[in-house]
Design a protein around this ligand. Structure first.
Ligand SMILES: [Zn+2]
Length: 205
């Protein structure tokens, strides 16, 4: 693992720990408005650092495209909380308090979405869709794992898991982007080699 990857992994763990402290234990935590904005900012920061860490691995993509993907992942990481507004049918924080979780907090929903995206990118052989899928995976897993420290994961129709321990949650936040990058490269090789072989075969035929 390169030096930059170690620094980014540690920064992710540190962001999760300090972010949780600021959101839930600081002197401003009693303010619902503060908590909502601080919580979204921590989700966005984790999305930003995770996507940046992902692109420090051997991923053949232009700098411009990687920046666009990092921005997308950052926005999606905090956008997931929009379903509190959808559930409350109101933008007022008092209405969003203590609501049950909306669909964007359902891990099964995102598993199905990412599976469909992977299949679609395989069929159309579009590298940008394949990369976009990993941005979606990074965004929802980081968001759900962080929320899961308090409320567990929602795996509809099987219900909720117990809350994820702080140690496991922080470790996963730091490690997962590296694992995703390895899976990405591994699958990409099979994916495109298969395509090139087929194209070559067609050309020969
Ligand atoms: Zn959330």
């Amino acid at each position: 693992m390169r030096f930059l990857q170690i620094i980014l992994s540690l920064s992710l763990c540190l962001t999760a720990i300090t972010g949780d402290y600021i959101v839930f234990e600081s002197k401003y935590s009693s303010s619902q408005v503060f908590r909502a904005f601080a919580d979204s900012s921590v989700h966005a920061s984790i999305g930003l650092l995770s996507a940046t860490l992902f692109f420090t691995h051997e991923i053949s993509i232009s700098r411009y495209a990687s920046v666009c993907n990092i921005i997308f992942c950052t926005i999606l990481s905090s956008f997931i909380d929009i379903d509190h507004v959808m559930e409350a049918k109101s933008i007022y924080l008092k209405d969003m308090h203590n609501l049950k979780r909306g669909i964007f907090h359902c891990t099964t929903f995102w598993l199905i979405v990412s599976l469909l995206f992977i299949l679609y990118s395989y069929v159309v052989k579009k590298l940008n869709i394949y990369i976009l899928t990993f941005m979606i995976i990074i965004a929802y897993t980081s968001h759900h794992i962080r929320d899961g420290n308090r409320r567990g994961l929602w795996l509809y129709p099987f219900g909720h898991t117990p809350p994820i321990s702080k140690f496991i949650y922080v470790a996963l936040i730091g490690i997962l982007p590296n694992i995703y990058a390895k899976i990405f490269t591994y699958m990409e090789n099979g994916f495109y080699r298969h395509n090139v072989v087929n194209a070559g075969y067609k050309m020969v035929v």
